[in-house]
Every structure is written in structure tokens, then in C-alpha cells.
Write a protein that binds this ligand. Structure first.
Ligand code: IPE
Ligand code: IPE
Ligand code: MG
Length: 260
């Protein structure tokens, strides 16, 4: 008997798998509260979900998966929760290395790692270094990330390079100074946990991204849920400003990306 995930996977059009899926992994705290557990237990369960979803994403041919792991606004949480999240980052970095290697996953990050405590910073940088030659799916962790801070960094890098030039800046200049200039824009954004907002995530990059919100809490989100979101994505017509008649299918191959 095929699993529900296998059945859904078989329904996907392999030629229209989104190249880049970004996820706002939300609902760990509520998942824990509903079970009478501590919030940090929810975060621990959330890490298992990450592992599962990375494998499921690689299996269906997604090339880039960007996960919102810790926002710049998350420092506002109680210190005990922030400490638990940082400890979990370090522990997962150690425990997940073998799995990343086995699955040929390349790990990269966006966000300001400089402001992280030393242990998680070193652990993450270690993972980036050890997986840099892997050629499978690229897993991007957004850590100490917010889109406004990324854009501010981009403008400051740009400013520093221009030596007072008064040439107008272009969208391509902005793209070239983002945290990972070669990362394509997401095709699909998934937010779990029932909230319909983007919470300062990838605001520039989401210009023409398809949005998918689901009520499921992140620790419950599984391969079948991921494939359901892809089936929904494949039912949409991406128009990039054109009329429906001009567009023949989801991947019309002429995106609005400013990264060329
Ligand atoms: C997402 O789950 C994880 C992080 C933001 C680090 P939450 O901790 O936000 O869970 P809820 O939204 O409170 O349920
Ligand atoms: C967004 O979730 C950040 C991460 C998933 C890391 P939040 O739970 O922090 O978002 P808000 O505060 O509800 O918008
Ligand atoms: Mg939340």
C-alpha cells in the first residue's frame, strides 16, 4: 500500500515542481500548549519536522528550500525560550550533519550571524563549510533574519561600494547585494500555523511568489502536507502581469526576476 505522501507525490507534474520553496515554520508554541508541554518541547518537535520536510523536498525535486528559523523580532521572546532555541540550533547542527551529508544537502544561511551567540554561530558556519560541495538540494536557514534588516544591509553594502557615485541604483544592484545574491526568488511560500502574514520574511524576493497558508502547526506538517501544497501550487496560473490568455502554464519561463 502506498503511503498518503506517495499517492500525492504521484499526482505531481514533475515538470512543474517549484524550484524554490520558502517556509514560515509557525505554530510550535501552540502545538506544545495543546499537549500541556513547554514551548521548547514544541521547538524540539519542530526540528524533527525540518528533517522530514528537507527529505520530502529533496525527493520531489525542489532545488532550494528556505526555512525561517529565527527572526530578528524573536529576540523579544522570554530569555529562557531564546536560550532554548539557541541550544537547539547548536544541538541540531551537530546531530543533523550526517543526515545532511547522506542526502547531499548543501546548507547556507541568510540573516546576520554576527549577532548570534558564539556557539550557534560557529556551529552554523561549520555546517555551511562542511556541506559546501554538496550538489543536492540547497537548504537555506534564515537565522537572526528579517527582510528589512537584509535590505538595509544590502543598501549599506551598495553604498560602501559606490564611493559617492550618483548613478541611479537599479533593482539588479539591490539583488546583487542581498545576503545570498545567487538565490532565486521563491516560487512558493508556505506558512503553517494558521496566521496569514509574512512577518518580515523575504519581502523583496516574494514579489511574485505564490502564497499558501495552512492551519497545521509546524510540528505536525509532514511530507503529505508539503505535496498537497505543491498540488495546489500546480493548479495556479502565474501571470507576472500578463493576461491569462498570454500565459500557457505555471512556468512560463519569463519571470519578473531582477537577478539576471
Ligand atoms: C515558530 O513557532 C518557531 C519560531 C518562531 C522560532 P512559534 O514559537 O512562533 O509558535 P506559536 O506561533 O507561538 O504557536
Ligand atoms: C515568524 O514566526 C518567525 C519564524 C517562524 C522564525 P513568528 O511566530 O515569530 O511570527 P509572528 O510574530 O506571529 O508574526
Ligand atoms: Mg509564531
Amino acid at each position: 500500500m502506498p503511503s498518503p505522501a506517495d499517492t500525492l507525490l504521484a499526482q505531481l507534474d514533475p515538470d512543474r515542481i517549484p524550484g524554490h520553496v520558502a517556509i514560515i515554520m509557525d505554530g510550535n508554541g501552540r502545538w506544545a500548549r495543546e499537549r500541556g508541554l513547554e514551548r521548547r518541547d514544541g521547538h524540539r518537535a519542530g526540528v524533527q519536522s525540518v528533517s522530514r520536510i528537507v527529505r520530502a523536498a529533496a525527493r520531489c525535486g525542489i532545488r532550494y528550500l528556505t526555512l525561517y528559523t529565527f527572526s530578528t523580532e524573536n529576540w523579544r521572546r522570554p530569555k529562557a525560550e531564546v536560550d532554548a532555541l539557541m541550544t537547539l540550533l547548536v544541538r541540531s547542527a551537530v546531530e543533523e550533519l550526517a543526515t545532511l551529508e547522506e542526502n547531499n544537502v548543501r546548507l547556507r544561511t541568510i540573516g546576520d550571524l554576527e549577532e548570534l551567540p558564539e556557539e550557534p554561530r560557529v556551529a552554523l558556519m561549520g555546517l555551511v563549510e562542511s556541506t559546501k560541495s554538496n550538489t543536492g538540494i540547497t537548504l537555506v536557514l534564515a537565522v537572526n533574519y528579517s527582510s528589512r534588516s537584509e535590505l538595509t544591509r544590502a543598501f549599506n553594502r551598495l553604498l560602501a561600494e559606490r564611493h559617492g557615485s550618483e548613478e541611479p541604483i537599479t533593482p539588479q544592484d539591490i539583488c546583487a547585494h542581498l545576503d545570498l545574491p545567487d538565490l532565486p526568488d521563491p516560487d512558493l511560500l508556505i506558512r503553517t500555523g494558521g496566521e496569514c502574514r509574512v512577518s518580515n520574511y523575504l519581502l523583496w524576493q516574494l514579489a511574485y511568489t505564490e502564497l499558501y497558508f495552512c492551519d497545521c502547526y509546524w510540528p505536525d506538517f509532514d511530507a503529505a502536507d508539503l505535496y498537497r501544497s505543491l498540488i495546489d501550487y500546480q493548479s495556479r496560473q502565474r501571470r507576472f502581469g500578463r493576461t491569462g490568455d498570454q500565459v500557457v502554464d505555471v512556468d512560463c519561463g519569463d519571470k519578473t526576476s531582477d537577478r539576471s
